[in-house]
Write a protein that binds this ligand. Structure first.
Ligand code: PLP
Length: 458
């Protein structure tokens, strides 16, 4: 049932919002002029309804996290049941709770390779900060105290806390705080040949291999990568890249951290993004899809070697969050994973990838600026270019992705523009994993109209 609000209630919300509420990745000055773009009220399946009663397709699962779609009553019940039993219990000082234990077992059972234990956090940024600290702690325990630096790559998004934000390879996210973690280095990404050792490649300078050579492996704790970069523009790791980086890390005694915050738990048609290339990281960060966004939870998985090393020493893990292992978040996550398996949502993501790709073929034939379509499971995107045949971008003044996303919004489809990089106009599509064929086709049809409208502006 849609409970829309009266016009005066909506106006009051807008005024109060402008007055008291600071929004992430929003220009405060502009917000004072325009107010909130949409005020969400409720959701069901792949759709969300705002306070005015308008219903939209959530084509990006909000922030790539609502994998089970909105209004799932089984998840709501799991949260209610747990909250009515014990609202909260701590994980510090060896305290535990059944849901956190069972979830640890479940996540480890679906994780690749020998990842065998999880440290809980409340979200993705905390997971990546924790991953960096665990990597450094591991090397400390090994007597390798100089191994402190972390290498991340261009166009990555790893979060907004100081360390995860420093690892984020999108410049736009660095304006805010000014200071950065000096032990984090951003290397050139996705240059497979270079990571395999081809020094004649013009991209060699600044690649991960070059960075390791210049900084010294003895100073580097870990490399962090998203198997498929999300916020940076849905950039899929080129074939062979993850393996090349893994081998490079191994040869240099550097840990590989996979940031699975978006890719994890079925988004890419596999349990984890790395499974698409059969690469096993030493550490894996998760969040978002672990609860489908119904509760705040993240985690960091470590492999057997790290786990054994922690077990061999008597040093305290001097780290943790009040909400590490929150019983309600873990109850929701357990139910979420149960539903993903029961309803074969990973298989559905794979099947819907094909429907999306068919739609992309149709759009590519019809629209001459439609470029570089890609979809792995339900993590998808495309570029808009002046000339796809010659890889020529639009002039900076043509905000093609922003136009298309706005047009779709006006036609009740929420998508996301990634236009952080100069000349790049990327549109991201990542609907809930419960989506069906007709709904994917509805998305394609709305995008089709937006592309037609865009062409008329040129
Ligand atoms: N890592 C990746 C790949 C992400 O996409 C995000 C958020 O979008 C994060 C980390 C940060 O997660 P959070 O916003 O939960 O801190």
């Amino acid at each position: 049932m849609t409970i829309s609000q009266t016009l005066s209630e909506i106006q009051e919300l807008i005024e109060l919002d402008k007055k008291h509420y600071l929004h992430p990745t929003t220009v405060p000055k502009l917000f004072q002029e325009k107010g909130p773009k949409i005020i969400f009220q409720e959701g069901k399946g792949i759709r969300v309804t705002d306070v005015k009663g308008d219903t939209y397709i959530d084509g990006v699962s909000m922030l790539w996290n609502v994998n089970l779609g909105h209004g799932n009553e089984e998840l709501a019940k799991a949260a209610y049941d747990q909250l009515s039993t014990i609202a909260y219990s701590s994980s510090f000082y060896s305290y535990s709770n059944p849901n956190a234990v069972r979830l640890a077992q479940k996540v480890v059972s679906v994780a690749p390779g020998d990842l065998c234990a999880i440290f809980y956090t409340s979200g993705g940024s905390e997971s990546n900060d924790t991953a960096f600290k665990l990597a450094r702690f591991y090397w400390n325990l090994k007597g390798r105290q100089t191994k402190k630096k972390i290498i991340s790559i261009t166009r990555s998004y790893h979060g907004a806390t100081v360390s995860a934000g420093s690892a984020t390879g999108i410049e736009a996210f660095h304006n805010f705080a000014g200071s950065r973690d000096i032990d984090i280095i951003n290397a050139r990404g996705h240059v497979t040949n270079c990571e395999l050792g081809d020094k004649t490649d013009s991209n060699y300078e600044g690649c991960i291999r070059d960075t390791i050579e210049k900084v010294g492996a003895e100073n580097i704790a870990a490399v962090i990568l998203e198997p498929i970069q999300g916020a940076g523009g849905v950039h899929v790791s080129p074939d062979g890249y993850l393996k090349a980086v893994k081998d490079l890390c191994k040869a240099n005694e550097i840990l590989l951290i996979a940031d699975e915050v978006i890719c994890g738990f079925g988004r890419t048609g596999q349990w984890f993004g790395v499974d698409n290339w059969d690469v096993v990281p030493d550490i894996m960060s998760v969040a978002k899809g672990i609860t489908s966004g119904y509760a705040q939870l993240g985690g960091v998985l470590v492999n057997k070697e790290i786990r054994d090393t922690l077990n061999e020493h008597d040093q305290i893990l001097g780290h943790g969050f009040t909400y590490s292992g929150h019983p309600t978040a873990c109850a929701v996550a357990l139910k979420n994973l149960e539903i993903i398996e029961r309803d074969n949502l990973i298989g559905n993501a794979k099947n819907m990838e094909l429907v999306l790709k068919n739609g992309f073929d149709y759009l590519a034939n019809k629209h001459k600026h439609f470029a570089k379509p890609r979809a792995i499971g339900l993590l998808a995107g495309f570029d808009l270019q002046a000339d796809p045949d010659t890889d020529t971008p639009f002039e900076q003044s043509i905000r093609a992705a922003a136009f298309v996303v706005e047009h779709c919004f006006n036609n009740k489809l929420i998508l996301r523009a990634a236009d952080f990089e100069e000349g790049k106009n990327i549109v991201a599509i990542a609907p809930p994993l419960i989506i069906n064929k007709e709904e994917v086709e509805e998305i394609i049809s709305i995008v089709d109209d937006a592309l037609t409208a865009f062409e008329k502006t040129l």
